[in-house]
Ligand binder design. Structure first.
Ligand SMILES: Cc1cc2nc3c(=O)[nH]c(=O)nc-3n(C[C@H](O)[C@H](O)[C@H](O)COP(=O)(O)OP(=O)(O)OC[C@H]3O[C@@H](n4cnc5c(N)ncnc54)[C@H](O)[C@@H]3O)c2cc1C
Length: 441
């Protein structure tokens, strides 16, 4: 029997994007936040709780962006190894990146638990498969550094030990760590929406921002934000649009490369079959540059797998993901796919997340495909910047935030305006690198 492919995220079956409850338009706020995803709500909650008048303006529905489309793996990944960061920034600062990632992961779990958000939180760990011995050696080195810096002790497996986690011949070993887990991302965002509303934040959906202007500088600094629902002035603006940034935020667009990440969900395989393929029912990833990430669905009956898009034809793209799944778990050669969807992730040119202030506007962005942890965390840090300013001179110039990402340069490239014409070439380059790496042993 042919199954009709659903092209919206699997997560939307349980928690589709929603409109905010209708409310009277506001033309003045302490803080305007542009974008209703993890970053926007991550910022709104502490600000509203501190008693500020907070308005979120979202051009679509709540959760229309990446926050409800993702794999729900609480990775808090950094694209660069500790050794690479040490070479670039020195040992002390490299350790700070890792400590902050550790704090951000823990903070997400505490938030979900404290706010009693029903989002299928699974503290199940994550297994990363190594496709060749060099990758396994790199994993060992990274694991040693991680345990020195954060106290998390990853477990390294050789091929013989893999069966504890996955029934696959694709890997020569891998690493499992217990500080990464899984959530249902659309349920998490719905929970953050609820918490923000009860803290007093006001949310407007279908309110597309067209421009942000600074109308006064100095002690009475403020901003004028034009939206499709009306104009609003605010003492502070946080831009939380990440990979969905458009012409309203040209400064940010010039600094981010939007990349398509896409996922498939299998038909129901049954809990026993999923458990036999993935005995530890962890979250999973691979050592490759353009590898896959995958996981059991929260009910344990399906497998969800994602990767970067390599082909513009969605039918070919879905088939490529299915082939990727079968390359890992050949037992699934005959299984049907029920869902195929995509979204955008954002990469800064140096592949490190950012928390940057430009012309008074605060920009948390650029999570490199790992925003389930980073987006909420850096949204919170943006809130901390506003609260620091409010507690000081209230100059409309953001205060400081205790984050290693706050003082990184956020660069663009000459002639780049946000349309990544070079992306197909870059993806081919990474694919070739992966092939070459697999040939070396
Ligand atoms: C398929 C996929 C799988 C992923 N898997 C994982 C994973 O397993 N683990 C992980 O950590 N991360 C993952 N990610 C990344 C993660 O989802 C994102 O980094 C994170 O959700 C970013 O959150 P955000 O709030 O910054 O942006 P978004 O959730 O994208 O929200 C931005 C919002 O801004 C709004 N907006 C844009 N312009 C305007 C405007 N002019 N006016 C008003 N509103 C505007 C958009 O409509 C959008 O709703 C994945 C992403 C995708 C797409």
């Amino acid at each position: 029997m042919q199954i009709r492919l659903i092209t919206t995220p699997y997560w939307w079956d349980a928690a589709p994007p929603a409109d905010a409850a209708p409310t009277e338009w506001q033309n003045r706020a302490d803080v305007v936040i542009i974008g209703g995803g993890f970053t926007g709500f991550g910022a709104a909650i502490p600000l509203a709780r501190a008693g500020l008048k907070v308005v979120i303006v979202e051009k679509d529905k709540i959760g229309a962006g990446a926050s409800t489309r993702n794999g729900g793996i609480t990775s808090g990944n950094l694209r660069h190894s500790y050794n690479k960061l040490s070479k670039k920034f020195g040992l002390e600062k490299a350790a700070k990146f890792y400590q902050e990632a550790h704090a951000a992961r823990q903070d997400l779990i505490s938030f979900i638990t404290d706010e009693q958000i029903d989002c299928d939180l699974q503290l199940c760990g994550r297994f990363a498969g190594a496709t060749q011995p060099r990758a396994l050696a790199a994993m060992q080195s990274e694991a040693d550094n991680l345990s020195k810096i954060t106290g998390v002790v990853p477990v390294i497996y050789d091929k013989a030990g893999l069966a504890a986690h996955i029934d696959s011949d694709k890997y020569c070993g891998g690493v499992w760590r217990d500080d990464i887990g899984g959530i249902h991302p659309a349920k998490l965002l719905a929970g953050m929406h609820r918490v923000a509303v009860s803290a007093g934040a006001q949310i407007f959906t279908g309110a597309a921002v067209s421009s942000v202007r600074r109308i006064e500088a100095g002690a009475d600094a403020s901003f004028s934000v034009d939206t499709s629902k009306g104009q609003i002035t605010a003492g502070h603006v946080i831009t939380a649009t990440n990979a969905y940034s458009d012409s309203a935020t040209p400064w940010l667009r010039r600094r981010l490369v939007p990349v398509i990440s896409e996922m498939i969900a299998t038909e129901e395989l049954g809990e026993n079959r999923v458990r036999s393929l993935m005995p530890s029912k962890s979250m999973y990833s691979e050592s490759l540059q353009i590898g896959h990430y995958f996981r059991p669905s929260p009910d344990g009956k399906r497998i969800l797998l994602g990767g970067r898009r390599m082909d513009s034809d969605p039918t070919i793209a879905a088939e490529r993901l299915r082939a990727g799944l079968v390359s890992i778990l050949p037992d699934l050669a005959d299984c049907a796919i029920t869902h195929h969807w995509f979204g955008f992730v954002a990469f800064p040119f140096d592949q490190l997340p950012k928390l940057t202030v430009h012309d008074g506007v605060i920009y948390p962005a650029g999570y490199c495909g790992s925003g389930t942890v980073w987006a909420r965390w850096l949204g919170q840090k943006a809130a901390q910047m506003v609260l620091g300013d409010v507690a000081g001179a209230s100059s409309g110039n953001a205060g400081s935030a205790d984050s290693v990402f706050a003082d990184l340069p956020f660069r663009s490239m000459p002639f780049y305006s946000g349309e990544p014409w070079f992306l197909p070439l870059a993806m081919r380059f990474y694919a070739v690198q992966d092939k070459l790496a697999n040939l070396r042993t």
